[in-house]
Design a protein around this ligand. Structure first.
Ligand SMILES: Nc1ncnc2c1ncn2[C@@H]1O[C@H](COP(=O)(O)OP(=O)(O)OP(=O)(O)O)[C@@H](O)[C@H]1O
Ligand SMILES: C[C@@](O)(CCO)CC(=O)[O-]
Ligand SMILES: [Mg+2]
Length: 314
């Protein structure tokens, strides 16, 4: 039997990082996706063509490759297999339409896809809430810090508003067109999350005030998305980006792109996701695409997808 889980990737519209501290956030699934295929094998095999591993140690006698880096980047998959007590050995193939670690929720997608496909292969029927909860718990275990946003958005799909307090979420039933792309990153989202945590410990009051303003922006943005008022919404994107800059989450290149966007009167632009480079979203326009391309950004298909993870027996 071969089971395939197709997971839509996601863009964070507002509230990244703030959502980790129980502020609201808005995210949406897009046409880019990551697939996890699970099939019979006499030993555990993980195949992921888009992963680049730096540094290996080769035991020539045994012709075995050892890599600490490989162990680190595959921890998300390992923790899923551990959760299911590695009941049956399988071959796991991971194919993504984008590179790893670009601010599009690839870490969450690897987890959601492996949970969905491996549980189905084992004959365990999980509903979407169970897939989302198990996946969030695993992302939190691997990273040490994580909100429910990415794993729940990719499990359920659509344009989703996460309520303050870190519990509920609700679907926003409207369309929303963006121009999006990603540039190179200097670190993983987990690294950025821990750097931001240190900042919070330095000055909790200032940190919390900034997060409160991001929360207010996110709540206002929810209404503007529903009203399709992209003029005011775009202004809030610039403000949200500026607040992420104040928390050290952006990157010089991303800041330059967003500043140029404002200069070019592009309605709105901000980083999206973990930061340190990665994904950038703008209110849809030809100028935005030309700008992102001029910085060698990889343009992504940001068409809103209303369905979450899809599991099939192939
Ligand atoms: N195709 C893949 N195969 C195996 N592991 C992957 C793959 N893509 C991503 N990963 C795992 O996810 C990690 C990247 O997670 P990270 O959170 O930094 O990026 P992201 O999820 O794309 O961005 P964000 O969390 O900001 O949305 C990689 O280092 C690797 O461990
Ligand atoms: C940066 C962050 O808010 C979004 C990463 O896509 C982390 C999280 O919510 O777990
Ligand atoms: Mg991630």
């Amino acid at each position: 039997m071969r089971v395939e889980a197709k997971v839509p990737l996601k863009l964070t519209l507002f509230g990244e990082h703030a959502v980790v501290y129980d502020r609201p956030a808005i995210a949406m699934t897009i046409s880019e996706s990551l697939k996890v295929r699970v099939s019979e094998s006499d030993r555990f095999l993980i195949i992921s063509p888009s992963l680049n591993i730096r540094g290996v140690k080769l035991d020539l006698n045994e012709m075995k490759i050892e890599s600490d880096e490989a162990k680190k980047v595959l921890r998300y998959v390992f923790e899923v297999l551990n959760y299911f007590e590695m009941k049956k050995p399988v071959k796991i193939e991971i194919d993504s339409t984008v590179e790893p670690s670009v601010g599009l929720g690839t870490s969450a997608a690897v987890i959601v896809g492996t949970v969905a496909a491996y549980s189905k292969y084992l004959g365990i029927d999980l509903n979407r809430d169970e897939i989302a909860k198990i996946s969030h718990d695993i992302e939190l275990k691997v990273q040490g810090i994580a909100s429910r946003m990415d794993t729940y958005t990719e499990t359920y799909g659509g344009l989703i508003y996460f309520l303050p307090g870190g519990e509920g979420f609700e679907r926003i039933d409207t369309n929303f067109e963006l121009t999006a792309g990603y540039i190179r990153r200097s670190m993983s989202t987990a690294d950025v999350l821990w750097r931001v945590r240190k900042l919070k410990e330095l000055n909790k009051e200032v940190f919390d005030n900034i997060l409160d303003v991001i929360g207010e922006i996110t709540n206002r943005a929810k209404s503007l998305i529903i009203e399709q008022n992209y003029e005011e919404l775009g202004l809030l994107m610039y403000v949200n980006h500026g607040l992420l800059f104040s928390l050290g989450i952006t990157s010089p290149e991303a800041d330059e792109i967003v500043s140029r966007a404002k200069q070019l009167r592009i309605k709105g632009c901000k980083i999206s996701g973990g930061g340190a480079g990665g994904s950038i979203i703008c209110i849809k326009s030809v100028e935005a695409e030309v700008l992102l391309k001029s910085y060698n950004a990889r343009i992504v298909n940001s068409t809103l997808i209303k369905d979450g993870v899809d599991i099939s027996i192939i």
